[in-house]
Design a protein around this ligand. Structure first.
Ligand SMILES: Nc1ncnc2c1ncn2[C@@H]1O[C@H](COP(=O)(O)OP(=O)(O)OP(=O)(O)O)[C@@H](O)[C@H]1O
Ligand SMILES: [Mg+2]
Length: 471
């Protein structure tokens, strides 16, 4: 059981690659935190820094309130299951699981008890006398988990532990790990790039991209209130539809215009836009986001809300049994239609779908149909086209806090600009910029080439090395 605190953590590899930038996170005791993000975004690196296998280039890591940057991995009371877990091929399952405890000189009866208990939790009791090569991938995976469980660590770090399993076993192990977490009541940090795993297992999810943390939230909040276009696109399958759009109309009746479509935004949504004036009837473009599941074709709904409907042409119908995916094209403008030459042979490659809708599998739709589609505007998303950040607050309270914060920042920048002009005669613009400079931009390279003691590897790391040698 442990809480963790990561403060302004950076990782710059000696090659110059900045793998993690300004990572800040408070992890409560017993939480199940999931790191997700595309390949190379810094998930494993962050985990390895927590384990002590990778030096922290800058920032502070606290476990239960104690600074552990320079604490050896073996003294951090953390167990890690690696992305490419490795078992000792010449040892039985029992010995593989007992090995770490033997090294720690834990009394034999206690080792026996812990190994058997872990084997029972993982359903591998009958394999205890087998060697790893006589096990399936899924069983080996469970042994690797077992090795971590017997340690009874304060924190579990799991780096894509299910990546080698087939879909069915993966789903099964997913629930097993959740059960293990409930049972052990310990802090878990779990890395995956499978968003279903992230959504179903995490108490909170950290979405990362290019070494930067994008958003930390409970799974449902992440789905409902993505902070930017990246998170919006990353969470949810098929991914959210995005349209280049503009806001038009009046303050009381705001429309989203994209392509040939004009959709009325509900008043309560409009009221949550941080700064409507910036976008309403201006040149500033937005990105309109709609999830495939928020598009509807049921006739009664379409008839009831004509202001929220668009017209699309169905291009591909994918029947998945439980639901149907419709890949559709938006209506073309008269200009575009006029430019089209009906005799021209179209390439199928550049025939791009504009949107995907997830509809009831009983819907009677076929390729070529031109249909009306209702957008559930209560659940639509609006992003600034340039910054890709959401322009809609979660609720009025969040909107108020944001605006207050902005006003404060502006006041500070103005004050700094003035001070710069009078005190040092520095150009006002420069001073203002300096005031806005994020704290994060301190010199992160300062300690990079300072010689530090190489942290001792944990026993799992040794195991991996060992296995590599064996191979
Ligand atoms: N030892 C190293 N030296 C230099 N660069 C490294 C090293 N290890 C990782 N990197 C780089 O750091 C970045 C983050 O790598 P990391 O392994 O943390 O990604 P990841 O999110 O775990 O990706 P994946 O999902 O593929 O496992 C990548 O650009 C990677 O190439
Ligand atoms: Mg990784």
């Amino acid at each position: 059981m442990a809480s963790l605190q990561l403060k302004n953590i950076y990782k710059v590899y000696p090659s110059g690659v900045t793998a993690v930038s300004d990572f800040n996170l408070d992890i409560q005791d017993k939480e199940f935190i999931v790191f997700v993000g595309p390949s190379g975004c810094g998930k494993s690196t962050t985990l390895r820094m927590i384990a002590g296998l990778e030096e922290i280039s800058d920032g502070e890591l606290y476990i239960d309130g104690n600074l552990v940057n320079n604490v050896a991995p073996k003294d951090r009371d953390i167990a890690m299951v690696f992305q490419n877990y490795a078992l000792y091929p010449h040892m039985t399952v029992y010995d593989n699981m007992a090995f770490g405890l033997k090294l720690r000189k834990v009394p034999k009866p206690e080792i026996d008890e812990r190994v058997k208990e872990a084997a029972r939790i993982l359903g591998i009791e009958m394999y205890l006398t087998r060697k790893p090569k006589a096990l399936s991938g899924g069983q080996r995976q469970r042994v690797a988990l077992g090795r971590a469980i017997v340690r009874e660590p304060k924190v579990f770090l799991l780096d894509e532990p299910l990546s080698n399993l087939d879909a069915k076993l993966r789903a099964q192990m997913r629930t097993e790990i959740t059960k293990i977490h409930n049972r052990l009541a310990t802090t878990f940090i779990y890395v995956t790039h499978d968003q279903v795993e992230a959504m179903t297992m995490g108490t909170r999810i950290v979405v990362m991209k290019d070494g930067f943390m994008q958003q930390v939230d409970a799974p449902q909040a992440l789905y409902d209130y993505p902070i930017n276009q990246f998170v919006a696109g990353f969470i949810g399958t098929p991914q959210m539809n995005f349209f280049a759009a503009k806001l038009t109309g009046t303050k009381n009746k705001v429309y989203v215009e994209f392509g040939e479509e004009k959709i009325l935004l509900p008043k309560d949504k409009v009221d949550l836009i941080y700064n409507l004036d910036e976008y309403l009837n201006t040149d500033k473009e937005i990105t309109f986001g709609v999830r495939p599941e928020d598009l509807h074709i049921e006739k009664d709904l379409v008839d009831k809300y004509p202001d929220s409907c668009m017209e699309v042409e169905v291009d591909v119908v994918e029947m998945l049994g439980s639901e149907t995916l419709l890949y559709c094209k938006l209506r073309k403008s008269e200009e575009e239609q006029a430019q089209e030459n009906p005799d021209e042979i179209k390439s199928i490659v550049d025939d791009v779908y504009n949107l995907v809708a997830k509809v009831d599998s009983r819907a009677q739709v076929k390729r070529g149909d031109v249909i009306k589609m209702l957008i559930d505007t209560q659940h639509c998303h609006l992003f600034d086209k340039e910054t890709e950040m959401t322009i809609v607050a979660r609720d009025q309270e969040a909107r108020k806090a944001y605006l207050e914060n902005k006003a404060e920042e502006a006041a500070k920048a103005a004050a700094a600009a003035e001070a710069g002009e009078t005190a040092e005669g520095a150009p006002a613009a420069e001073a203002a910029q300096a005031a806005e400079e994020p704290k994060a931009k301190k010199n992160i390279f300062k300690d990079l080439f300072k010689k530090k003691k190489k942290p001792a590897e944990t026993e799992e790391a040794e195991t991996s090395e060992e296995e590599k040698k064996d191979e």
